[in-house]
Design a binder for this molecule. Structure first.
Ligand code: GLP
Length: 238
């Protein structure tokens, strides 16, 4: 894993935005994998400011809550519309999202996997990380599903996502759809951003040299092109 440490979250966010913008410059028809979450907000803000050309790009988002249709204001799809898609020149048909309100959720997951394959796989996947070491919605567990799947959210993760739900963890859906570890590891290049002290423990565990499903992000150690973008707080060693 390559590691770049920045003084603060603002600089780390700008670095990630520049990586995405550069990817689009070098390869305008890139297939991007994108995260949601608080950490990604300043990244998208900087990215919008850099005005990259999204006209030929395609995007796949990592995950979505079960039960929320795309237009629901608390869905991850709506989050992405607000923070990025509405502000750049991406074609609506180039945005790919898991539909959390699909009737047949397993079929929806299989469809999503096929759409990624049809697009030629992800060129660049940007990730955040949960304080418990989750990526996407791959929560710590004894076994991790390989492909896009239906995931049960832990209490910690529901609390962490409460911000989108008027601060009420009980309103956060109990389930989500998420890319699996094999889906994630198939991306040609991965950039993970972690900022703030609350992520320091997960970052340490992810880089520990051991791979364990109890820290899903530790599987990134198997990938040959991963860059961690950290601020000082997230890079703290103790
Ligand atoms: C959410 C998302 C993840 C995200 C993580 C961190 O649960 N499913 O993709 O990376 O939590 O979120 P935040 O940046 O708000 O800490």
């Amino acid at each position: 894993m390559k590691i770049r440490i920045f003084d603060d979250a603002a600089r780390a966010s700008l670095a990630v935005a520049r990586i995405i913008a550069r990817q689009l410059r070098v390869q305008p028809a890139s297939v991007l994998g994108l995260p949601t979450g608080r950490t990604s907000i300043p990244v998208y803000k900087e990215l919008v400011r850099l005005r990259p050309d999204f006209s030929r790009a395609q995007t796949f988002n990592l995950d979505e809550f079960v039960g929320l249709p795309a237009q629901h204001r608390r869905s991850f799809h709506a989050f992405m519309d607000r923070h990025l898609f509405r502000r750049v020149n991406i074609a609506a048909g180039h945005v790919h999202f898991l539909d959390g309100a699909a009737k047949d959720l397993d079929a929806e997951c299989a469809l999503f996997e096929r759409a990624i394959a049809r697009a030629g796989g992800m060129d660049l996947l940007v990730l955040g990380i949960g304080a418990n070491g989750h990526i996407g919605f791959n929560e710590p567990a004894a076994r991790l599903p390989a492909h896009t799947h239906r995931a049960r959210l832990t209490a910690v993760t529901r609390r962490a996502n409460a911000g989108l739900f008027a601060g009420k963890p009980s309103m956060v859906p109990r389930e989500a759809l998420s890319m699996g570890m094999a889906t994630i590891l198939a991306a040609r290049r991965i950039v993970l951003i972690a900022t703030g002290r609350s992520k320091a423990r997960a970052v340490r565990a992810m880089r520990s040299g051991c791979i364990t499903p109890t820290v899903p992000a530790s599987f990134l150690q198997l990938h040959e092109d991963v860059t961690l973008i950290l601020d000082r707080a997230a890079a703290q060693r103790r």
